[in-house]
Write a protein that binds this ligand. Structure first.
Ligand code: FES
Ligand SMILES: [Fe+2]
Length: 386
């Protein structure tokens, strides 16, 4: 199943997040990352264009770029000194003419046939995505109704505030389900409800694109509707505790920077990308499978190029809330690992995912729904041919 996922999903017809334009701002800049198990390089060529190539020499398969980030005139393989342009064309193969009339590559060797494997590249609001599929639709069309959720948050030039990578000891799909699971948000994450950043009684909605692949949902803090219905349920939640206070409430201080009252927006694109806005914390999360029982989640914390130091400080402070070890988001990886422990024996092959109804449409735009999870498994089965 894992090998099939790599072939049909990660190397199949899907767009995969590989980085930000601002991570490779100048010609010659490159970044290395992964799409599924495949190592790739995102590079900016001399003419400013962006390229993503498989990080594997066309000669005998050596890894070409080894650093997370770098700057180079050529992509150079240390094994036998084949070198490539930043767009992946072979420019030079060492000793191709041989020496003293001996050795060398065959007379019919055609450099144009031995470049790096080139992927299709597209961008949206500074995000760079790549695909192994040559006939996939443009990124914005593929994202469909979920693209506005990206445009809302990434509305001007970005700056990177920092990174971390978290190894999650669970199958990648347990994490992929998680940010599309709006049902758990106000239950598992006690911090949300206790301190009012996100509660089920607040105004919220969920949008799924028409293919069912992508989803985002939001909540507006401070819009609680009084309802006895809600109160009687909330009293049974461990997340509902009005008595707790923070010694230092600065982590909760947030500014409605996009002017629409949305305090939390979680956006998830199939099969491996998350963009979050949690208060003033902004980050991308890239999911990289590392075998059947583990995956890496790469967090890139963001701000805007034009913001002042105080705003950046607020965002960094809120990584304690919404980072990989944040008071809210630490629980997501934890619950994935607990799930893996519970079902690793493979004995029970079924989940129950009928919150909000049984069909792909049922649940509508309600956050109290597993509609996005039903849709995920539906497209997963289509892509896997199951
Ligand atoms: S493997 Fe790269 S030059 Fe031989
Ligand atoms: Fe969560």
């Amino acid at each position: 199943m894992y090998a099939l996922e790599q072939q049909r999903i990660f190397r199949g017809r899907a767009w995969h997040y590989v980085g930000l334009e601002v991570e490779v701002p100048e010609p010659g800049n490159y970044k290395t990352t992964f799409i599924g198990d495949t190592p790739v390089v995102l590079a900016r060529a001399e003419n400013g264009s962006l390229h993503t190539v498989v990080n594997r020499c066309a000669h005998r398969g050596n890894l070409i770029c080894r650093e997370p980030f770098g700057t180079a005139a050529k992509l150079y393989c240390v094994y036998h000194a084949w070198s490539y342009t930043l767009s992946g064309d072979l420019s030079h193969a060492a000793f191709s003419q041989g020496l003293r009339g001996e050795g060398g590559l065959p007379a019919d060797f055609d450099k144009t046939q031995h470049g790096l494997r080139k992927l299709k590249v597209d961008t949206l609001c500074g995000l760079v995505f790549a695909s192994f599929s040559d006939d996939i639709e443009p990124l914005a069309d593929w994202l469909g109704e979920v693209a506005p959720g990206i445009r809302r948050v990434l509305n001007r030039p970005l700056k990177v505030l920092g990174y971390d990578t978290q190894r999650i000891h669970a199958n990648w799909k347990t994490y992929h389900e998680n940010p599309r699971d709006s049902y758990h948000a106000n239950i598992l994450h006690t911090f949300y409800g206790t301190f009012g950043l996100s509660r089920q009684s607040q105004e919220s909605a969920m949008t799924i694109d028409r293919s069912g692949r992508h989803v985002y949902f939001y909540t507006k803090a401070g819009t609680e509707k009084k309802s006895t219905d809600y109160d009687s349920t909330a009293n049974q939640l461990r997340s509902h505790n009005d008595q707790m206070k923070l010694e230092d409430p600065s982590i909760l201080r947030w500014r409605d920077e996009f002017g629409d009252g949305i305090s939390v927006q979680i956006l998830n694109t199939y099969p491996s990308f998350v963009l979050h806005q949690i208060a003033n914390s902004l980050a991308t999360r890239q999911l990289i499978p590392r075998g059947v029982r583990q995956c890496d989640l790469v967090w890139t914390y963001l701000g805007f190029a034009d913001e002042d130091e105080a705003t950046t400080r607020t965002r960094l402070n809120q990584t304690n809330l919404a980072g990989s070890a944040g008071l809210v988001s630490v629980e997501d990886a934890a619950v994935c690992e607990m799930m893996q422990r519970a079902f690793a024996d493979g004995e029970d092959g079924a989940s129950f995912i009928e919150m909000g109804g049984k069909t792909l449409e049922s649940g509508g735009s309600s956050k109290l729904s597993e509609r996005a999870i039903r849709n995920f498994w539906n497209v997963y089965r289509q892509d896997m041919g199951l």
